[in-house]
Ligand binder design. Sequence first.
Ligand code: FRU
Length: 550
Amino acid sequence: MYTGQYTCIEIFAKAKEDGGKVRVACAGKAGMEKEAKTTYYTWLKFPVEMDAEYEIDSKTCDVTLCYLSGNERMLETGVKYLEQEKPGGTYFVADEEKHYDSPFRETYHFTPWKNWMNDPNGLCWFQGHYHMFYQFNPHGQKWSNMYWGHAASKDLIHWVHLPVVLAPQEEILDKPDELVGGAYSGCAVAGEDEVVFYFTRHIGPHKDCEETQQQQWMMKSKDLIHFTEEECILKERPKEASFDFRDPKVVEIDGNWYMVLASAVKGKGAILLYGSKDMEHWSYIHPLLTEGSEGIRCFECPDFMELDGKYLAMGAWMDHHDEHGRFQMSRYYIGAWKERKLEVESSGWFDFGGNCYAMQSFEQGGRRISIGWISDFYGEHVERENGAYGSMTLPRQLHIKNRKLYMKPVEEVALLKGRTLYQGAKENVSLERIKGNAYQAKIHFLEDTRFSILLGKDGEKEISLVNDENGLRIATKGVKSQGIRFAADVDAVADLEIYMDRRAVEVYVNDGEAAGTKLFYNSSKEGCFLLNAEKPENIGEAEVSLMKKI
Ligand code: FRU
């Protein structure tokens, strides 16, 4: 395996038995050996020479992720992933095209190279690049002790993968049967020449309880490749808060720094508010808002900002089931900022599709942009070798209009538009076999009309978008989410923008009045788009185009 311009090999390895080692050697020269733990994966870093042939011997270990890193232009080139022919076999530079091409992976939505991803973290723009960090388990397609993955982009659309940034605490890795946790969600505040990160470190028994410890930490970076040592800035939660005390998001309002945190107060989901003058010392103020509805363990990943002359808070309702059977929905609240509380004037669901969670936003160039985690809350994920659990929604630009949160994919998404498959009006549309199953559809209705759009079919399994006497909703058949009403809160449908990307679909209604994200695992790479309107004469315009992969 040839190192090219890279100077480091990073390997995540777990020893199969005591003394399990990874050995990295340059052809014809003495090698370097590092021992791995038997209890949990060890993150091993081997300095290597550039432009040299290397061999990796990891027969006594189980390796779940391996890449070349450490070149001078990391933000442009990203890491180079290495794969093995078979466990214990020879390593080679992975063929990206082949690796990504699966019916069970998106083609133009961000996914990790492989394994588990959840929340977007530390979203920011810094010196010409957008950065996205994310909750990552490099060792498998299930949630486990958390690392921070990292990717960068110049246009919010095409991302390069960067080295893992944060790892779980050593105590957890020594006793993974007793303890769980790691580097949980957090945010970034980008200045001109430095970015400050805030995040939670969690440690505790496998089932969260009073012994669970969640503390807030801080670190900084001047290039987003090297990071300062982490520093604990909030050790204790306020007395009134539950043991859920995490996911710091920092925002500047009227020249003051505030941090919102996920928690619950007296059994009700609450967003806690902290204040600071220097961004390092924080003191508790009170809950920014408390949600009256029952059954919310806490607000996960809260966010708070000023937008379009109003104040907007958002958060994900942990453990909650809504009246339609949807699980863990995310809610937004619009209101006024009074006495350092949010006086709520209106609220709604962030995403009606049931598979969008833990969204985070940031501001850049006057735009408020949010990315959400496409999560699988109905057990629909199909695990395949080298697969990825979790992806990110398209970046969405947020606005407040008519007391509602509006969101549309950022304009850069237009870069992805490919060949047009259909363009027409006043007739139903029947595209039965769309090669690649990655497309965009835009429909304008002259008048609200009943319709159904078949967006995916795999044997008996189906996903459709339906508008009838019960309103607009995503409906699935033959899959675990069947029977749940993924209903959009709109009175009529004038415009639809649909983004199908193999296992995920995002639907935007009425120029951003509602957005819905739903997973649908189609075992074929061929898709369909069948629009059947009761009054086709009401279709003012319809267009279906392929989307390019990223
Ligand atoms: C939300 C969440 C966060 C937490 C992280 C852990 O999905 O539970 O509250 O910080 O994921 O991975």
